[in-house]
Design a protein around this ligand. Structure first.
Ligand SMILES: [Fe+2]
Length: 325
């Protein structure tokens, strides 16, 4: 487990980016996506001076190694540590492409990524944030895989976005218990595909597509693309006694943060126009950690309209109907 140092008397700030998801050619100098992504990230770094940058998956597409490398170089340019988890698009061509991209990222000394146990996928690892010798917050960087076979209630064979696997959940729970034992105060689990419990969390809150919960905020602009049935993750989190926050990517136009059964269920703010997006909610997520653990998690939006003028940039237009939940 790698340890990152929080300075005494100063908050530790994480800037999370999500789903940049550019293909190789979208990094070309003359492609309109590139300046938008670069401007967004640079602006967020300037505003928040983070101690760590994280990316909650879908960094690119499988075998788009130029795209992975360009993102790595951009993150390196800020001279602070960075880390990531894989998304379903990173995985969609099988594990070989993921392992090749992992090799590429690990050549960058600021990258904190670790492969972790291969039986749980790739990239299950923990980062500890300590103040001197004192443990504070543990970051659980978790691989949420790609898709899986799924049988619908009517017996129809289908597919679904994957869930965290039972052995993987057990491992996270064991690690959390051990870290709590040695003094970690809380934990944040970062993964790409949201947990099934995000659906139940959303149902407690949304009445008209916009969050009205006194403790939550954010938007629900599209269906929650999690595994469709109970996945066991919420039970594990509650029993862990340590993990208080979950941050997922994947749904580019959902960005709610809702407390549910004692856990903050958070969608990361999508960064840049890659794949699909809503320009009005372009940005990142800022997690602030004090001496007693996580103090705050909020999105910060970056206006990029000046970079879109005259450019052919598609935006997500769906008016989401809440009965899809
Ligand atoms: Fe995704």
């Amino acid at each position: 487990m790698k340890i990152l140092q929080k300075l005494n008397g100063k908050d530790f700030v994480i800037l999370n980016l999500s789903d940049p998801q550019m293909n190789d050619s979208e990094w070309n100098e003359d492609h309109p996506y590139r300046p938008i992504l670069e401007y967004t990230i640079k602006e967020l770094v300037t505003r928040h001076s983070p101690d760590l940058i994280t990316v909650t998956g879908d960094m690119a597409y499988p075998r788009h190694f130029h795209s992975y490398e360009m993102l790595a170089q951009l993150l390196d340019s800020f001279s602070i540590p960075w880390a990531f988890v894989w998304g379903n698009h990173d995985h969609q061509d099988g594990i070989e492409s993921v392992l090749e991209a992992a090799k590429l990222f690990k050549k960058h000394p600021l990258c904190q990524f670790e492969d972790g146990e291969p039986i749980f996928g790739n990239g299950n690892y923990i980062l500890g944030i300590n103040e001197g010798e004192q443990p504070v917050t543990a970051l659980f960087m978790i691989d949420s895989h790609n898709s899986t076979d799924y049988t619908k209630e009517n017996g129809e064979k289908s597919w679904a976005y994957d869930k965290l696997w039972p052995d993987q959940l057990a491992w996270i729970g064991e690690q959390a218990a051990a870290l709590k034992e040695i003094g970690y105060k809380d934990g944040l689990m970062m993964l790409h595909i949201p947990l099934n419990a995000y659906r139940a969390a959303a149902k407690t809150v949304f009445t008209s597509g916009r969050c009205g919960h006194v403790d939550g905020y954010g938007d629900l602009n599209e269906p929650i693309c999690s595994y469709p049935a109970e996945d066991g993750a919420l039970t594990m989190l509650k029993e862990s006694g340590l993990i208080t926050h979950v941050l997922a990517g994947h749904d580019h136009c959902n960005n709610f943060i809702i407390p549910y059964e004692g856990i903050q269920m958070m969608f990361a703010c999508k960064t840049g126009p890659g794949c699909y997006w809503k320009a009005s909610i372009n940005g990142g997520t800022i997690i602030t950690i004090g001496e007693n653990g996580i103090k705050n998690a909020r999105h910060d939006f970056v206006d990029v309209t000046h970079l879109m003028e005259g450019k052919d940039i598609h935006e997500h237009q769906t008016d989401y109907e809440r009965q899809i939940l």
